[in-house]
Design a protein around this ligand. Structure first.
Ligand code: WTA
Length: 625
């Protein structure tokens, strides 16, 4: 949302959250307290994070050095010399202290099939799978690909890998077999863990038929890992076609996950934490698995979709399990809002304290609906900004402390020193009321350490564009009150329903078709999904559009679904004669974006086009369909 259109009304912290008779006392309960802690986190980072890491994590061997290295050289390290295990921190210590406490509430696709798994049971199951992995000769440092639906086994799989020091590389079950193959090869994964099938919205989804024979359960001790030993890879899209395996390490990542569940969701013992993301994305890793389980919380694993068997599903689930923190994406909020308030009415949502959103900017209408209709104006709304690469939230309100504005992610989390940079000269834009690209000035514990097998690409993507800074790839405004408004990607990444897709990846999938000479993919705005994909395709000479007609566009959609996954399917494909290119052959996607948005009076400079007449032809084509 552009800053000039922004509504600057400030919504104070709901009084109920600060009333000890109604809610547990928030860890941070005023703006002053936030400011003081934030100041400490920047001025005395060793004390601040050293204390946090000692409080929140259990160590086999304590660390000596809190922080080492930096962004300039890309050699960030935290809690050096420390030894720990993420699985031990998420399972064993809670199984010892509170074995009967529910760790996972599995809300199955069919609403009456939910199940609960205690910490004691979780430990047994994690040990069993860890034993089976060892029996298959999986050792510390090996990579295990995981391609599973949203069933408890996926959580068990992550923790079993972490237990024996193997890195997991989860591939979202919505990706096609081809996309899975690329990611398995890139990581040289030694094993793929999968399940026969999953269910979603009443439909059966086949994944694959490999399963490991499980031996009788016995205790499998967790490996002692160094703080900086890798915990997992997670593939994400960048501006080039090849997906990158973002690598996170053990201690810093786990600390970021736990600290944000504690402070951003104001998690208190006894709370029921429900993050609706898929474990196949970073949000699921951090806010279904590592963050809540690290704190010994009860986490909800939701297998279904918000509209199955009807659009009350979320609200029924919240009432049934007495959910206290609920976390979803703006796209789901927009879709449910359109279906009408009658689906919300009559469900007891009084257990809720914190409502979170993630994945894309939230438009004010959706924010207000979330706040009024779901939160009844008595919950905190936390619009959390972060990325696969940041590991955990980096800009977000805190429930008891930060007044909100509808559509702003508000203020930086502890240890995150933000900068808005001038995209042209790379200089920092000081003060308030500035717009530029969003960067971070120093490393925080859960920042990704590298791209698997390609540290150079890591460096060139994130650290080299603005030396000394981590470059997010997003544009942002710091408004007159110092609040941050995320304005979306400044690179060729499209965000469809909070899923990150690269234009180049979709273009390569289209070009694989024998009839296609060239393709250009852009993001267009969409009321429900935020952005949707439009593709412009030029056919090879002799492959006339008339000849293939609609069947070819259908075939191309199928091809993208097969090569990447259904969520990457273009909403519209235009078969065109020519694409807007500069004389040097560079594709000008900006012009296509403007044409699709109907902003043809502000196309900007088109004099650099090799053939400016292509613009008129494209406008006619888009208007004519
Ligand atoms: C976008 C998801 C605005 C942003 C956790 C970022 C957001 C990309 C927000 C990362 C938000 C995420 N407001 N935009 N609250 N949260 N984004 O890696 O463009 O799948 O760069 O991580 O999502 O997507 P990723």
């Amino acid at each position: 949302m552009a800053e000039d259109q922004a509504d600057h009304t400030i919504y104070p912290v709901p009084g109920r959250l600060l009333d000890p008779a109604q809610c547990p006392e928030p860890y941070i309960s005023s703006m002053e307290q936030y400011k003081e802690m934030y100041r400490q986190s920047l001025e005395q980072p060793d004390e601040f994070f050293g204390k946090l890491a000692t409080e929140l994590l259990s160590w086999f061997q304590p660390f000596q050095t809190v922080q080492h290295g930096g962004l300039r050289h890309g050699d960030v390290a935290w809690f050096v010399e420390g030894q720990l295990n993420a699985s031990y921190n998420c399972v064993d210590r809670h199984a010892l202290a509170t074995p009967d406490k529910v760790a996972i509430i599995y809300e199955a696709d069919e609403p009456n099939h939910s199940a609960k798994i205690t910490y004691g049971e979780l430990l047994r199951q994690v040990c069993q799978l860890a034993g089976a992995l060892r029996a298959h000769d999986i050792r510390k440092g090996d990579i295990v690909a995981i391609y599973m639906p949203m069933i408890p086994e996926v959580v068990i799989a992550l923790l079993a890998c972490a237990r024996i020091g193997a890195l997991h590389s989860v591939v979202f079950a919505g990706f096609s077999a081809e996309a899975l193959r690329d990611r398995v090869h890139d990581a040289c994964s030694r094993l793929v863990l999968t399940a026969d099938q999953g269910r979603r919205g009443g439909k059966t989804i086949d994944t694959k038929k490999i399963e490991l024979p499980l031996r009788a359960s016995s205790t499998i001790f967790s490996e002692s890992m160094n703080s900086e030993d890798p915990l997992f890879l997670l593939y994400t899209s960048g501006s080039t076609g090849k997906p990158k395996g973002v690598m996170h390490t053990t201690a810093g990542y786990l600390l970021g996950a736990m600290a944000t569940v504690k402070y951003v969701f104001d998690y208190h013992p006894g709370d029921i934490f429900a993050c609706m993301a898929d474990v196949g994305w970073i949000t699921g890793h951090t806010y279904i698995v590592y963050g809540p389980l690290g704190l010994g919380a009860t986490t909800v694993l939701f297998e279904s979709i918000p509209t199955y068997p009807n659009p009350s599903r979320y609200w029924e689930m919240i009432a049934k399990h007495k959910v206290t923190q609920f976390y979803t994406a703006p796209t789901a909020i927009r879709a449910l809002r359109r279906l009408g308030d009658e689906w919300v009415e009559g469900h007891d949502l009084s257990s809720l304290r914190v409502l979170g959103t993630v994945g894309e900017p939230i438009n004010p209408e959706a924010w207000h609906w979330y706040n009024n209709t779901i939160g009844k104006n008595r919950c905190a709304i936390v619009d959390t900004y972060w990325q696969t690469e940041t590991g955990s939230h980096i800009i977000t309100p805190l429930p008891g402390a930060i007044p909100t504005k509808a559509g702003s992610a508000t203020v930086p989390f502890f240890g995150v020193e933000l900068a808005i940079l001038d995209p042209v000269n790379g200089k920092e834009m000081a003060g308030n009321d500035v717009t530029g690209v969003l960067a971070v000035k120093r490393p925080w514990p859960s920042i990704a350490r590298t791209i698997y097998g390609d540290h150079r690409r890591f460096f060139e993507t994130y650290l080299k564009p603005y030396p000394g800074y981590y470059f997010t790839g997003d544009g942002a405004t710091r408004d007159k009150d110092g609040y941050i408004w995320i304005r979306g990607r400044v690179d060729d990444v499209i965000n469809v329903s909070g899923h990150r897709l690269s234009t180049a990846e979709i273009e390569s999938a289209l070009i694989m078709n024998h009839a296609v000479a060239e393709a250009a993919v852009i993001g267009a705005s969409d009321e429900v999904t935020g952005q949707c994909i439009y593709a412009f395709v030029c056919l090879k000479p002799g492959s006339s559009g008339g000849h293939y007609g609609h069947d070819l566009t259908k075939e191309l959609v199928m091809q993208v679904r097969k090569l990447i996954g259904p969520f990457a399917a273009p909403k519209r494909i235009y078969l065109v004669e020519d694409l807007p290119k500069t004389r040097s052959g560079k594709l000008m996607r900006r012009i296509l974006r403007k044409i699709v948005a109907g902003e043809t009076d502000s196309l900007g400079d088109i004099s650099t086009l090799a053939d400016p007449s292509v613009v008129e032809t494209l406008i006619a084509k888009v208007d004519g369909v």
